[in-house]
Design a protein around this ligand. Structure first.
Ligand SMILES: [Zn+2]
Length: 134
């Protein structure tokens, strides 16, 4: 379980730009890095094309995993958007979490996006502090 995840301001801007372009549909991607520090944001298409759920397109997800491995990084997190809220992980997010990583929820509307992190495991979501650095 991770108690914090470190992202740069540029990573946050990349995520917000991506989710804003795709709103009102949910969008998603992977966060790769080492230890608690994110080094790369990878975007994966939301196959569900839905405003209330996401399913990562399997081939793009596989390619992203291969990129992470070939660059010597680890999968630290998965992000997805909640264009109409809530700020927290939904019961579906908790039920469908396939990886024990930090799940970053990017919620908001009208261009006001907010990021919160949750460690999801054993049917529970525990908030993970997101530290934003330059
Ligand atoms: Zn969700």
């Amino acid at each position: 379980m991770k108690t914090q995840l470190v992202l740069t301001r540029t990573h946050v801007q990349e995520i917000i730009k991506h989710v804003d372009i795709h709103a009102p549909l949910e969008s998603c991607g992977l966060l790769a890095g080492k230890n608690d520090r994110v080094e790369k944001v990878l975007f994966v298409q939301n196959q569900a094309q839905s405003p209330v759920r996401f399913v990562m397109e399997p081939y793009e997800q596989l390619r992203a995993f291969e990129w992470i491995e070939s660059n010597g990084l680890d999968l630290l997190g998965i992000f997805h958007s909640h264009p109409a809220g809530p700020e927290t992980a939904s019961p579906t997010d908790i039920a469908e979490a396939a990886y024990a990583v930090v799940h970053v929820i990017c919620s908001g509307k009208d261009g006001n996006w907010k990021l919160r992190g949750f460690w999801i495991g054993n049917g529970e979501a525990v908030e993970t502090a997101l530290e934003i650095v330059e």
